[in-house]
Write a protein that binds this ligand. Structure first.
Ligand SMILES: NC(=O)c1ccc[n+]([C@@H]2O[C@H](COP(=O)([O-])OP(=O)(O)OC[C@H]3O[C@@H](n4cnc5c(N)ncnc54)[C@H](OP(=O)(O)O)[C@@H]3O)[C@@H](O)[C@H]2O)c1
Length: 259
């Protein structure tokens, strides 16, 4: 399999970081973007000690909230590697708290990161993919995309946007040979909870947690088979189907966890 060029947003920690390492290990060339330059430097050091053969890494400091920064990241990708095959639109932030009382700056950051950020990333990436006849977009959404839960509504709604977008985008980009895969992932051991906006840091202590490496391996695998959606565990499927079939019950269970 020849190496691909993969642009990952939010590659300074957690799932994005693990995915960057997994792609480089698989021989792909990776463009890792995020805001924290020091953490991207740590990623570069980790790549440096990987055994050969391995792909190359380019790190770019970029905020997904900034459309021009994402256009610039794609431009630098083309200058360095000549093409863009895969976008992993992973950067995101959580939020917990009341819809009505939430701090407005937090709400804006949430929406600008999880919604605008995905749009800026794919609007920059798609023209580059079209130039070379196709590509693959992976959106990192959440089992929360259809969650019925007090105090998690804003985050859930932001991921509902991502998953809804991914479903239709797959059809919209079909003619360009650009495929779209939406990851509906559950609780993963990353810095996500520490970085979460809003209040109530206690959450989901009793929900099973998977490693970022497991999600990263599934992301690499998805670039070989291009499924429409990926859900990794039975527990996550249970949450999704529970919210479809028994939203009232799921909401009452979630209320106890998220308050
Ligand atoms: N962990 C979970 O349990 C879980 C469950 C379901 C879905 N997810 C989703 O998985 C994705 C990755 O999260 P994670 O769990 O790996 O959490 P994480 O360790 O906190 O990583 C989040 C990444 O997003 C980046 N990011 C945040 N705001 C950004 C911005 N404005 N511009 C550019 N990059 C930004 C962060 O980098 P900088 O701060 O350096 O910019 C970081 O690299 C998110 O979309 C999240 O919603 C996570």
């Amino acid at each position: 399999m020849s190496s691909r060029v993969v642009l990952i947003t939010g590659a300074s920690s957690g799932i994005g970081y693990a995915a960057a390492l997994a792609f480089v290990r698989a021989g792909d060339n990776v463009v890792a973007t995020a805001r924290r330059a020091d953490r991207l430097e740590q990623l570069a050091q980790a790549v440096y000690v990987l055994p050969a053969p391995r792909g190359e890494l380019l790190t770019i400091t970029a905020d997904v909230q900034d459309a021009a920064a994402m256009q610039n990241a794609v431009q630098q990708t083309l200058e360095r590697f000549g093409r863009l095959d895969v976008l992993v639109a992973n950067a995101g932030v959580g939020h917990r708290g009341s819809v009505v009382e939430a701090d407005w700056d937090d709400v804006q950051t949430l929406l600008r990161t999880n919604i605008d950020g995905v749009l800026h990333s794919l609007r920059a990436a798609v023209p580059a993919m079209r130039q070379t006849g196709g590509g693959h977009i992976i959106t990192v959404s959440s089992v929360a995309y259809n969650l019925t839960s007090p105090y998690a509504a804003l985050y859930a709604a932001s991921k509902a946007f991502v998953s809804s977008l991914a479903r239709s985008l797959r059809l919209e980009l079909e003619a360009d040979h650009i495929l779209v895969t939406d990851f509906l992932i559950g609780r993963t051991a990353t810095e996500f909870n520490e970085n979460r906006l809003g209040g109530g840091k206690r959450t989901g202590q009793h929900t099973p947690t998977m490693s970022a490496d497991r999600v990263a391996a599934a992301i690499v695998q998805a670039t070989r088979h291009h499924p429409k959606t990926v859900t990794l565990r039975w527990f996550d499927r249970l949450v999704i189907w529970g919210n479809i079939l028994l939203p009232g019950l799921m909401g009452r269970i979630a209320r106890k966890q998220y308050r």
